[in-house]
Design a protein around this ligand. Structure first.
Ligand code: UDX
Length: 482
């Protein structure tokens, strides 16, 4: 029976954000890992040293362990047979009804079942509705595998894109949902290098908030509780964001500053300061999908979770409101040149799934604007969805997006967007109008620097912007352009 730090043979099925990061991190803490994906070209790329996603520390972990403790394959059968624990980290996309589409999980569970030849611990890592554990168990039994040969457990992952490796290795908590001691012990031994604190003393270990005397705690739960913990965590965080966005709208109407209000709310230790940043609404591959899926799960067990409908509604409206704000500053859209900073759903990632920025850009292009966009990492992914053309240009340099633009929009929160050279920006823009969907600047500073500055939930925005005045902001004296 394993309880202490030992090398465990692990298979991770799926090489998306969660699967690839988990595989690299398990190798980093000393395990032998085979990462499986049915996408042959992706596996070839990973075998050849490629890194398919933009994620801090991931390239260094992959190059440190690839070909040694970390392998990539398309052969799920061989990986299953070699592994003691098999983590399922395949996609659970949103179906048309809003529920999670579990067909990939189902297919993987069946294939694992057909390959089992000795005791295995099967671990749900993907975000799945409550009872999925139960279903996986049934699928495996239906394929003729006896109960003694496997356990199904739940070990939800809470990593954020952009900080995924640090989130994994320096977790707030490690939730292990399991019904048997045998499976629980194997899972505990997998995470032991983290939970005993040893990893944080290893030279070259990835730095982060945890230290050897403050390692992440383990929370042992039932499998159902673990499944609900994951959905409820994401739904709660999304609720926090929609709440603060709704408060921002109150501030905007009342002439108060949401930044001051959020600081005041967040100083209450029962509430906390995180996830209280007002903006253009949440996006990404998790929150929109998981809020809908959790609402759906609740419905299926007979609970009307109306609060989550409201969370979704506020989030949709937040994008509309921001769009109206742009309109209020520009009056008309046709042939207006708009500079855009930020395409990914947040800074620090190249992921454009459910990105509020993309939504806004699409609408601007549809209304006849000429958009020039810059994002440090997401432009290539964005090009697949909005191809470059006369109305949509992508540039590799931040100020090139602002060049001669009628207004500049800030749509996500890359650090460099908060460090603009204001006089250079003023000179570069055709009209010094900045519409900031992430509140990266102090309105007073922007006004002093000659900008018409609109942001989210801050004073002065209760009055409609005077569109005429916006176009007669004095130019800089050294502006020699025609
Ligand atoms: C989220 C969860 O945080 C993570 O635990 C889970 O495993 C996956 O989903 P992620 O989607 O990577 O992670 O992004 P996150 O940093 O949580 O941000 C989600 C969205 O909310 C982004 O669009 C972000 O810009 C927005 N957001 C976040 C706000 O608008 N305000 C905030 O205060 C925080």
């Amino acid at each position: 029976m394993k309880t202490q730090a030992q090398t465990v043979s692990i298979a991770v099925v799926g090489s998306g954000y969660v699967g690839l990061v988990a595989a690299a991190c398990f190798a980093e803490i000393g395990h032998r890992v085979i990462c499986v994906d049915n996408d042959e070209s992706k596996v070839r790329m990973l075998q050849a040293g490629g890194v398919p996603i933009h994620e801090e520390h991931l390239p260094e972990l992959l190059s440190r362990h690839r070909g040694d403790r970390l392998e990539f394959t398309t052969d799920l059968r061989a990986a299953t047979q070699a592994a003691e624990a098999i983590f399922i980290a395949v996609g659970t996309p949103q179906s048309q009804t809003g529920s999670a589409d579990l067909s990939y999980v189902d297919a993987v569970a069946s294939e694992i079942a057909r390959s089992i030849d000795s005791y295995k611990v099967i671990v749900e890592k993907s975000t799945v509705p409550v009872y999925t554990n139960e279903w996986i168990r049934r699928v495996i039994e239906r394929n003729g595998v006896s109960k003694e040969l496997f356990d199904v457990t739940s070990n939800p992952e809470f990593l954020r894109e952009g900080t995924a490796v640090v989130d994994f290795l320096h977790a707030d908590r490690i939730v292990l949902g399991t019904a048997t001691e045998r499976a629980g012990n194997l899972l505990k031994s997998i995470y032991h290098p983290l939970t005993c604190g040893d990893y944080y003393n290893v030279p070259g270990s990835v730095p982060g908030p945890r230290e050897s005397n403050d390692p992440p705690p383990i929370l042992l739960t039932s499998t159902k509780a673990a499944e609900i913990i994951k959905h409820a965590s994401n739904a709660f965080l999304a609720t926090k964001i929609s709440f603060i966005n709704a408060v921002a709208n109150v501030c905007e109407a009342a002439g108060a500053d949401i930044e001051e209000v959020a600081r005041g709310i967040g100083m209450d230790s029962r509430i906390g300061p995180k996830f209280l940043r007002a903006g253009v609404g949440y996006g990404g591959s998790c929150f929109p999908k998981d809020v809908a899926a959790f609402r759906n799960v609740a419905e299926q067990v007979g609970v009307d979770f109306g609060l989550l409908r409201e969370v979704e509604k506020i989030n949709d409206e937040q994008k509309q409101r921001f769009f109206q704000k742009i309109r209020s500053a520009l009056w008309t859209f046709r042939a207006k040149k708009i500079g855009v900073l930020g395409l990914a759903f947040k800074g620090g990632t190249d992921d454009v799934r459910e990105s509020p920025a993309l939504d806004i850009v699409k609408r601007l292009v549809a209304e006849g604007c000429i958009v020039t966009a810059y994002d440090p990492a997401a432009a290539d992914r964005c090009k697949e969805l909005i191809p470059p053309g006369p109305c949509m240009r992508y540039v590799d340099e931040l100020y090139a997006a602002a060049q001669d633009a009628d207004a500049l929009l800030i749509l996500n929160d890359w650090e460099e967007f908060a460090e603009l050279d204001l006089s250079k920006l003023h000179y570069t823009l055709r009209y010094p109008i900045v519409i900031d969907g992430r509140n990266l600047y102090d309105p007073e500073t922007m006004t002093k620097n000659g900008f018409t500055y609109l942001s989210v939930g801050r004073p002065g925005l209760s009055q409609p912007i005077d569109p005429v005045a916006a176009f007669f902001v004095p130019r800089r004296r050294d502006d020699t352009r025609a």
